[in-house]
Design a protein around this ligand. Structure first.
Ligand code: AMP
Length: 396
């Protein structure tokens, strides 16, 4: 199946093409037609399966088919997420897939000033991605209304229940119009979840897909503990020693992606960096050279690596662990695809132990800690907090 078979308009197809997606993922193949038919859905799909495009694309398609009211846009799409990181990611996805369409979207979550959010809402928006608490603050202040909502999406619903949002969710649902399309995504089905589904969904299409890129059995995951200052040197050493040819290296920041690429080129390992500060042309060229085997290393930030689909990529290296555990799953999902084996190696220093613990908790797996002679970390050193607070997205 291709995206053409899904009956999406050209603006959406172009945006999907820009992202480099060649084929819909299983959840997209199932969810997109069901949503376009106007059905509620209950999808057992987790982060990493492509679920966001699975709901964002058909929603944008339906919005484009229906004429907009004159004047300020009416808020027609509400996506609730448990965390602000997920809200930011989903909001970004709507922007990405909807970049050739006229719809406005915004994100609201707590922990930041409410005023810029009020301003954004004042001008009218079509799509809102929100965490429950801050959404309720806005509703109680009357800075937005849910009475025009056509689509209600509950993303990572199980996580929302785990985080104790059930009352908030129920309060929000009570403010939605009765006639609406409901899309619920959840990885697990507790009794509480079943009750919630029964109270929200009407004759839902049930969609079950295997997680595409969890700690996939096809990916051999390794953790090497290393001295913070010697990471890049170890990376060079590992590449040379093992004669690795095609390696995607992840860094947390654009600056580090540049630095790593510069260093590797200096020691005779061909490398390029891709990140948001590079022009689209430079990014496309770097990716094409990497795919063609003309450069051995591509150093990328998480956002730049979104949607990177490289056939038979054998190896991903996390030069720095992501500060958001889910990003680890996205990163390692770049390898071990389509039945091929892959290896994901994380070079971890003492400052990142907290991130490592978060990742192990998320994927429910504990890694053996390896080390390489001459690069061992001094475990007696107290970790220096990484400047970006935990859970906060680093500017990339
Ligand atoms: P999600 O499960 O929505 O968080 O998506 C996981 C990752 O898959 C994101 O990095 C998306 O950019 C990427 N993605 C979504 N759809 C596709 C597709 N059809 N082909 C390749 N990558 C995709």
């Amino acid at each position: 199946m291709t995206f053409l078979d899904l009956h999406l308009n050209n603006s959406l197809l172009k945006a999907v093409h820009d992202e480099g997606y060649t084929q819909p993922t299983p959840v997209q193949e199932k969810a997109i037609p069901a949503i376009l038919q106007g059905r509620d859905i209950l999808a057992g799909a987790q982060t990493g399966t492509g679920k966001t495009a699975g709901f964002a694309l058909p929603i944008l398609e339906i919005l484009s088919e229906q004429p907009r009211a004159k004047g300020k846009p009416l808020l027609r799409v509400l996506v609730l997420t448990p965390t602000r990181e997920l809200a930011a990611q989903v909001g970004e996805s709507f922007q990405t897939y909807g970049k050739y369409l006229p719809f406005k979207s915004t994100i609201i979550f707590g922990g930041v000033s409410i005023n810029p959010q009020i301003n954004a809402l004042k001008h009218g928006i079509d799509i809102l991605v929100a965490t429950p608490g801050r959404l309720l603050d806005h509703l109680s202040q009357g800075t937005l209304t849910l009475k025009h909502i056509d689509f209600f999406v509950l993303d990572e619903a199980d996580r929302m229940l785990d985080m104790g949002f059930i009352k908030d969710i129920r309060r929000i649902i009570a403010m939605l119009p009765i006639k609406r399309q409901n899309l619920l995504f959840s990885a697990t089905y507790s009794d509480e979840m079943k009750k919630l589904c029964a109270s929200i969904l009407k004759d839902p299409a049930i969609i079950e897909v295997a997680r595409r890129n969890t700690s996939s059995e096809l990916v051999n995951q390794r953790v090497i503990l290393v001295d913070c200052k010697r990471k890049t040197a170890l990376l060079g050493e590992l590449i040379k020693e093992n004669k690795w040819q095609q390696i995607l290296v992840f860094t947390r920041t654009k600056h580090h992606a540049n630095k790593v690429s510069e260093y590797l080129n200096k020691i005779g390992i061909s490398a390029s960096a891709i990140h948001g500060n590079k022009s689209q042309g430079a990014r496309t060229k770097a990716l094409a050279d990497f795919k063609a085997g003309e450069i051995r290393v591509l150093a990328a930030t998480d956002i730049a690596a979104r949607g990177l689909d490289i056939d038979q990529l054998p190896r991903v290296i996390n030069l720095e662990l992501p500060n958001i555990a889910e990003d680890y799953v996205h990163r390692i999902g770049r390898t071990g695809r389509a039945g091929n084996n892959g290896e994901a190696i994380s070079l971890v220093c003492v400052d990142e132990f907290e991130y490592l613990k978060g990742i192990e908790k998320l994927i429910k797996q504990k890694f053996e800690r390896e080390s390489v002679k001459g690069f061992e970390p001094d475990l007696s050193i107290k970790p220096t907090p990484i400047t970006q607070g935990r859970g906060q997205r680093v500017k990339r």
